[in-house]
Design a protein around this ligand. Sequence first.
Ligand code: GLU
Length: 362
Amino acid sequence: MRVILKLGTSTLSGSDGLPCRERLRGYAAALAELRAGGHQPLIVSSGAVACGRARLGWAGGSVIEKQQLAAVGQPLLMRFWEEALATQDLVCAQILLTRADLERRRGYLNARSTLLGLLARGVVPVVNENDTVATEEIRLGDNDTLSARVAALTEADLLILLTDREALYERDPAVDPKAQPIREVGPGPIPEAVRRAASAAGGRFGTGGMATKLEAALLARRAGVRVVIASGGDPRTVLRIAEGEAIGTCFHPEEETLAARKRYLLALTPAGRLHVDPGAARALSEGRSLLTVGLMRVEGAFERGDAVSILAPGGAELARGLVNYDAEDLARLCGRRSQEIARLLGYHYGDEAVHRDHLVML
Ligand code: GLU
């Protein structure tokens, strides 16, 4: 199971504003257990700005000042993660993203293949927003949204949004001690009570607050990801959630990941057409990837990561998919074997013209 843990500044930091070593080590131990159980955990960690503040002893205010703080704090934040994960013999990787990176399909595909490659190697990616370069237009602004995007990008099974509350409560428990937690939100439309609960609790907890957590949960569940909002106080909670224990507030996915991916792919306008030979058409119908050797002709001007339609020898549309190479390169690869790609292009984005994970049969 692929699991995203989103940790906010207030969940990580001690009273000095720096991440709390002991808590990070607790999370490292939980992550090691997840890996040992065959899962693929990934962290989305805030804390760069807070680390920068602690290091410089300066609060900053404007966006530009916060970017400076993040630039100072990000390496410090990674040092804490590196040190904590090393206690469990885990290797971490820093991934800094902006909204623009995830919206350009090329950036999306590159981020995706790097993340999946790292996970397959047993590395724990630690993702944050690239605050230094993220001007207003390309900012996600909060890591709740970032974590949902990353969950969709990596087709995660589970996103755990860790916060300082046990769950999303129907009313603020500080005001009304009898307020009950909302345990489950089904796949249909969001009940008004849930929206009200989230906006009532908004703004008070970290950058995100419950309102952005709810938005993030809705975004992720549309991509087929189960989302749990729970307290980050005890790192072992994530193990119990991964085992399926009912903790915090759980949002059930709207549809299967597969269906979500299919819908996403079909919504894109194809930027070109790939004509394939009968062998490739057969391979596709058996659920395999489209290899360059089966390509006969390429039409259109498209970039790596764009959607294309795939046509059988008679011209019937067989499938839609996202290409690994741009039109010019694919034209050069028609009929060529995968082993020749690196020599012909001078680089290699994968053996496939279209990987089966990015393919929908029609
Ligand atoms: N990227 C910001 C940081 O690392 C945090 C954003 C958030 O907490 O949502 O400080």
